[in-house]
Design a protein around this ligand. Structure first.
Ligand code: ATP
Ligand code: ZN
Length: 300
């Protein structure tokens, strides 16, 4: 008897700052989806993978409850959900797999420009407006501070003007929203970026193999983002120095060059960006015919 096809569900933000990057990343992993912004589900056309388009706040819960196998969401949301579950005596059944190097922001504490802030002790007996009550409460507890958290689901930055709070704690990337509201950043509670989370529920062999495959491809996509393939010619005597100068590379391939005994070709994958300065240093060390190429795909 045929078993029904096992499909992986990946939760991604429906509309927001993470949407485009999340889908782009999965497309780089080879997934083609039927795109329709009004749909809750985008079906994978060439792989048994479907995307569930939801609010970012719902993603850790969907993964924890095994509705979705994987999710792409900000670390800020993951941490808040974990603390909320913990306060109810429950545990988040998801594990964090990769940091994705997009959606960078920080959860910052800010106050009206006239406020004098001298460290966490300045928060004693104050009111802090935030959507991140769990994270703020943990911060206050860790610093042994008594302060009140005032929950705002959005537009947190207007709380001081409304007389509802002395401080706010919200996500910041450039700081322009704070400035526009007469607020100054005084402290950072956490740095955040988008991450992949995976359910801790057992998936069964077939599904687990699919999840492993997509995670391996994701790993490859993340690795090649900064990676470059570098080729150069060098005198044998300069090899040790050149090896040291190649940024983030493993053992390079050294090939003989036709018609010469003392010169070789060196090929290496550098897992960091290769800057002009590096090329100039390599040249100064004796390298010539330097070529830097982007890496399209990588499978370790
Ligand atoms: P949703 O409707 O899905 O609940 P949202 O309004 O909560 O959307 P966005 O504003 O799209 O969410 O932000 C999604 C995520 O983007 C944040 O949780 C955070 O991880 C990240 N992010 C990066 N920079 C910022 C920023 N400046 N402000 C807010 N979030 C940011
Ligand atoms: Zn949200």
């Amino acid at each position: 008897m045929d078993t029904p096809e096992q499909r992986i569900q990946i939760a991604v933000q429906k509309t927001g700052r993470l949407t485009e990057h999340s889908i782009d990343l999965l497309e780089r992993c080879g997934l083609m989806v039927t795109k329709s912004k009004d749909r809750l589900i985008c079906y994978g056309e060439n792989m048994p993978i479907d995307l569930l388009l939801v609010r970012d706040d719902d993603i850790p819960g969907l993964v924890s409850e095994d509705v979705c196998d994987l999710g792409i969401v900000g670390l800020n949301i993951v941490e808040e959900k974990r603390l909320n579950l913990e306060s109810e005596g429950r545990e988040g059944l998801f594990k964090q797999i990769y940091e994705l190097d997009f959606g960078h922001c920080r959860l910052a504490l800010a106050a009206p420009e006239t406020t004098e802030y001298a460290g966490p002790e300045s928060l004693e007996n104050k009111r802090i407006a935030t959507s991140y009550v769990g994270i703020v409460r943990k911060y206050l507890k860790d610093n042994d501070i008594n302060a009140e958290t005032v929950y705002f689901s959005g537009a947190v930055e207007i709380a001081p003007k409304l007389g509802r709070a002395d401080y706010i704690c919200d996500l910041v990337s450039t700081g322009s929203t704070l400035k526009a509201n007469g607020l100054t950043e005084v402290d950072v509670l956490m740095d955040s970026e988008a991450v992949v989370i995976q359910t801790q529920a057992p998936l069964g062999n077939e599904k687990q193999a699919l999840v492993d495959k997509i995670l391996q491809r994701l790993d490859g996509v993340l690795q090649v983002r900064e990676s470059k393939y570098i080729m150069l010619h060098a005198p044998r005597s300069a090899l040790a120095k050149i090896r040291d100068l190649l940024p983030g590379s493993e053992a390079p391939t050294v090939l003989p060059l036709d018609g010469t005994d003392d010169k070789v070709a060196v090929h290496a994958v550098c897992r960091e960006n290769v800057f002009w300065e590096t090329l100039e240093n390599l040249k100064a060390a004796g390298a010539s015919s330097l070529l830097v190429l982007p890496v399209e795909k990588m499978l370790a």
